[in-house]
Design a protein around this ligand. Structure first.
Ligand SMILES: [Zn+2]
Length: 324
């Protein structure tokens, strides 16, 4: 090799090296300026609480996530609404333990709970989701939502954000152990979403409920199957719980109270809207006549209630007319 050739090789090596250090120095996830305080719930269980608000408020930090520290690694439950928030959650976990994140359990595939997944996937965590999530992954709805959030939650959701699939799609109750702790994953089925799952941390008697229970705010019904949802709430054994961590809102020390709020909201919706559908009363009339005083002081009432009611009205028509 002549002198020019040598020079060329050296400068290429130098360029590659400089590029690699500048790439490593670049923050992978745009930093997010929200306060995220870890709350310790029990011996092994922690969670972070999103603000009460709509999907794009508080930089998208509007849902909860939790983690369980065992001596063989960490189990994370839900991953928040942007990769940046997921990354911040990982930093918070790192402030408690340097054990690896082994498993991530996703309550349901909705944007506010899954966009942080890629951070944990990159850590090599194994991901569990309810089987219904398969309907969401790859759907037009999922694609449109991601496009919309790339706009409304920019720069935290951007072109590098993608929907991570799960390693395990569960269709029945499943138990696993890590570091001597037993975890029960309970299938709720198609309730708040196409597939919902809860996680019960046995020794601590703490339940992560995902979005089938909303604490202190009006639930978001979306396309929920309220009949199935109500059924699973009625079956829930809550007397043995020391705490319930909902998908939104504070951890409930009185789990029965938390369940009662969501349950009475669903029951009332189905009663009022079902009655209207049965008597061929129009939605507008039924909505105007209904007494919302038990719920209209709750956060998210203005944003969610009318749409929720309309969804239930249509679903009740369907149930009454077609018996399904
Ligand atoms: Zn949610």
């Amino acid at each position: 090799m002549n002198k020019m050739g040598m020079l060329l090789v050296v400068s290429i090596i130098l360029m590659v090296w400089i590029n690699s250090i500048s790439a490593a120095a670049l923050p992978v996830y745009a930093p997010v300026a929200v306060s995220m305080d870890i709350q310790k719930v029990s011996e092994h269980v922690y969670y972070v609480k999103g603000a009460a608000g709509t999907a794009t408020e508080n930089s998208g930090f509007i849902s909860n996530a939790g983690f369980v520290v065992t001596n063989e690694g960490v189990v994370v439950f839900d991953t928040l609404g942007t990769p940046s928030l997921g990354y911040l959650l990982l930093q918070k976990i790192r402030s408690v333990t340097d054990k690896p994140v082994r498993k991530v359990v996703i309550s349901h595939y909705h944007a506010d709970h899954i966009y942080g997944l890629q951070v944990f996937k990159e850590q090599g965590a194994e991901i569990y989701a309810p089987k219904g999530a398969l309907e969401y992954i790859g759907s037009a709805v999922a694609k449109e939502r991601l496009e919309e959030r790339r706009f409304s939650l920019e720069p935290w959701v951007n072109d590098a954000t993608y929907i991570v699939s799960a390693d395990h799609f569960l269709d029945k109750d499943t138990v696993f152990e890590l570091g001597g702790l037993r975890f029960q994953l309970n299938m709720v089925g198609a309730a708040h979403s196409e597939g919902d799952m809860t996680m019960y941390v046995e020794p601590d008697r703490v339940l992560f409920s995902g979005d089938i229970i909303f604490e202190g705010r009006v639930p978001y019904l979306g396309d929920a199957n309220t009949r199935q949802w109500l059924q699973s709430l009625k079956q829930m054994e809550t007397s043995r719980l020391t705490a319930l961590i909902p998908g939104h809102g504070a951890a409930a020390r009185d789990p029965n109270k938390a369940i009662t709020m969501t349950r009475s909201y669903l029951e009332y919706m189905r009663k009022v809207m079902g009655g209207a559908a049965r008597d061929f009363v129009s939605f507008a009339e039924a909505y105007a006549k209904a007494d919302w005083s038990a719920f209209n002081k709750l956060p998210a009432f203005e944003a969610a209630n009318r749409r929720n009611a309309y969804q239930v009205f249509l679903a009740m028509e369907e149930e009454i007319l077609h018996g399904n």
